[in-house]
Design a protein around this ligand. Structure first.
Ligand SMILES: *Cc1c(COP(=O)(O)O)cnc(C)c1O
Length: 422
């Protein structure tokens, strides 16, 4: 058996470098597809600021801050006893309005696209309207004839459930056993039908899909296959390019960009990475990060079996404190699309995510959920992989994927756990 699989089986932290990187072309999506998604989000901005006061400071554009993490980088150098070349930044999707995670990109985008499709077909909306009118009673009444369903480990359910309910849809969210109680409670407070399962993410998705098949008015958001979700995530890239410019950060052959993205089923990190490749080509190097107990994408890409193999097949249990990443089988779409674009994938233990969670709180005052920290170790791996000269002018971005909505009591426990592990 090969070394990579052996390491994964032993739940050891593993770094896999993609041998196919830049060797396989992919034109599944074009720049125009991403631009189309971006324009759609612009059309919806007036509606979002109407419905969600928390989005008004950004005029209904759901975007997150990019912040430098100087103190943390110094701390990481000490903790890992290695110099870290280049500058480390955090992209705080944890602080996206409405649902406090990266799912506020893809999940919300897909619901909005579905809404637009329905309303245009019913002659209740045209592309040139001010979309604020979608909050009107007449339209809300119309949308209440339709249902939206999704299967989730928690955060996708939050995004889709909250958005669907606010627009007037009936919404049902099929939650895996990983989902946190507070996420279920929050959804119920919006009138969402939360269905709980005593099993993992794949089962919750399968049940949601089944429910939708029996009802032509029910739209299923398919996290395992959806192109629409993927494009919603991809919009992040052009906006990030603007943020980098605003800090005078160059991305070119002398100034490489490294981006580390926590990966569950793959849609979120895949969409963002795909968009980044469109923006920066060979000068951006994207890595995914997965829990040692749930390395579904690494397993799928390394073996070439993609969604035809699960972490259970190699004796792993898919049990992790990183609930957003607790996925045993990768998306059928993303692994193939990323084949020639992804630089690599590494795994990280739950204990290490907790320690990084603690350090991010101590050094930067951030309050984040465990999944969010998976990308924060990437800078350490890359500094072992490349020589210092190549990294001197590098920008490292850890994509911080969730946490701002975690209740204080739960967050304090996370931080305490990390502290005790140090
Ligand atoms: C969903 C999620 C991810 C990963 O996104 P996928 O599309 O499942 O790969 C990462 N972090 C958090 C906090 C999430 O909720």
């Amino acid at each position: 058996m090969d070394k990579i699989i052996e390491n994964l089986k032993a739940k050891e932290e593993t770094l896999w470098i993609n041998p196919k990187n830049a060797k396989v072309n992919n034109d599944e999506f074009s720049k125009d597809d991403i631009e189309d998604a971006r324009a759609r989000l612009d059309r919806f901005a007036p509606l979002l600021e109407e419905l969600f006061p928390a989005s008004r400071k950004q005029r209904g554009i759901l975007e997150s801050p990019l912040v430098a993490t100087y103190e943390l980088q110094n701390k990481l150098e000490k903790y890992y006893a290695t110099p870290l070349f280049g500058k480390l930044w955090f992209k705080l999707d944890s602080h996206l309005p409405i649902s406090g995670s990266i799912k506020a990109r893809g999940g919300i985008y897909e619901v909005l696209k579905h809404t637009e499709d329905l309303l245009i077909k019913a002659n209740l909306l045209s592309l040139n309207d001010n979309y604020k009118k979608i909050a009107n009673d007449e339209i809300k009444q119309y949308l209440s004839n339709f249902q939206v369903a999704v299967g989730s480990t928690g955060n996708l359910g939050l995004s889709i459930g909250i958005m669907s309910a606010k627009l007037g849809f009936k919404a049902s969210v099929h939650m895996s056993s990983d989902a946190r109680e507070w996420k279920k409670a929050m959804l119920r407070s919006y009138g969402v039908n939360v269905v709980e399962y005593d099993s993992d993410y794949s089962v919750a998705v399968a049940q949601g899909r089944k429910e939708a098949q029996n009802d032509s008015n029910c739209y299923f958001v398919d996290d395992e296959n959806s192109k629409s979700l993927f494009l919603g995530y991809a919009v992040a890239a052009r906006r990030l390019a603007g943020q980098l410019k605003s800090f005078d950060i160059k991305v070119d052959s002398k100034n490489p960009l490294f981006v580390y993205l926590p990966c569950g089923v793959g849609g979120g990190p895949g969409g963002v990475a795909y968009g980044l490749k469109q923006e920066f080509g060979e000068h951006v190097h994207c890595f995914f990060a997965e829990p040692t107990h749930s390395p579904c994408m690494l397993l799928g890409m390394h073996t070439g079996k993609h969604d035809k193999i699960s972490v259970f097949d190699i004796g792993l249990d898919n049990k992790t404190a990183a609930d957003g990443l607790a996925v045993g089988r990768a998306s059928s779409l993303v692994g193939k699309v990323m084949d020639g674009m992804l630089e690599g994938i590494y795994t990280i233990s739950d204990d290490e995510m907790y320690r990084l969670l603690y350090l991010a709180n101590k050094c930067e005052g951030l309050r984040l959920e465990p999944s969010a920290l998976a990308g924060a170790k990437g800078v350490v791996h890359i500094n072992k992989l490349y020589d210092s000269k190549a990294l001197e002018n590098a920008t490292h971005i850890a994509w911080i994927t969730g946490g701002s909505m975690v209740p204080d009591e739960e967050m304090d426990k996370y931080i305490q756990t990390g502290k005790e592990l140090m």
